[in-house]
Write a protein that binds this ligand. Structure first.
Ligand SMILES: NS(=O)(=O)c1ccc(O)c(NC(=O)NCCc2ccccn2)c1
Ligand SMILES: [Zn+2]
Length: 233
């Protein structure tokens, strides 16, 4: 009986998404010895709305929190004079502990990776428009490692049982400050890259914080058993 192997993943993305064959594809391995020193970039500055309703969604490949258009600002650092606005944030977890991050640092993977996705409101009129432009998006990447429980992140993790299947969505209005998801030390690596999943558009200025943030083993387990089970590949 002929065996048909359906390959779905990065190797086949180039067939449907030509951008995936580009010259600035993400994620990458950060080779720390080859990273240049900070130079004279201005400080990275952010301000987020805390007290507004947010929705947690299961898009089928992770969980995502939509900011529902509430105001926020990210500017400075490598972003020139443009102001970016937080659109959504989501998480990438691995099926094996320590293997979940998208970026690696000197070949080392972390247990997970949080992405805070911002779009350039100085130049574009919508997220969708910005997502197609080389300077359209800025994503803050936070590496996650197993350690103590993360209280801010727990406001989302505890809702995962209610979005076990693709398309599920739950709205919550508990105050949450996305700034509390960032590490204490805000040193970062930055490079011009792309969306890490289809359509892999080369529109992302990546800003990856050097210091990992700790989450508990239970929080990793909850992410795995809910979104992995709920994940319709
Ligand atoms: N991971 S990332 O680069 O921050 C990022 C940010 C915003 C995005 O819209 C995406 N990609 C995205 O949403 N893709 C939706 C469809 C999809 C996602 C994953 C696999 C296959 N198809 C990735
Ligand atoms: Zn992501």
């Amino acid at each position: 009986v002929p065996v048909v192997i359906l390959i779905v993943g990065p190797a086949t993305w180039v067939e449907k998404f030509p951008e995936a064959r580009g010259t600035r594809q993400s994620p990458v391995d950060i080779v720390t010895s080859r990273a240049s020193s900070g130079g004279s970039a201005p400080p990275l500055v952010w301000r987020y709305s805390v007290n507004h309703p947010r929705s947690v969604v299961n898009p089928g490949y992770c969980w995502r929190v939509d900011e529902n258009g509430y105001d926020s600002e990210l500017r400075g650092g490598p972003l020139g004079s443009d102001v970016y606005k937080l659109q959504q944030w989501h998480c990438h977890w691995g099926s094996v502990n320590g293997e979940g991050s998208e970026h690696t640092v000197d070949g080392r993977a972390f247990s997970g990776e949080l992405h805070l996705v911002h779009w350039n409101t100085s130049k574009y009129n919508s997220f969708t428009e910005a997502a197609g432009q080389p300077d359209g998006l800025a994503v803050l990447g936070v590496l996650l490692m197993v350690g103590s429980k993360h209280d801010e992140l727990d406001k989302v993790v505890r809702l995962l049982p209610y979005i076990q299947h693709k398309g599920d969505k739950v709205t919550f209005s508990e105050p949450l400050n996305p700034a509390n998801l960032l590490p204490k030390r805000i040193a970062y690596w930055t490079y011009p890259g792309s969306l890490t999943t289809p359509p892999c558009t080369e529109s992302v200025t990546w800003i990856l914080f050097k210091e990992p943030v700790q989450v508990s083993a239970e929080q990793v387990r909850l992410n795995l058993c809910y979104y992995v089970n709920g994940k319709n590949v």
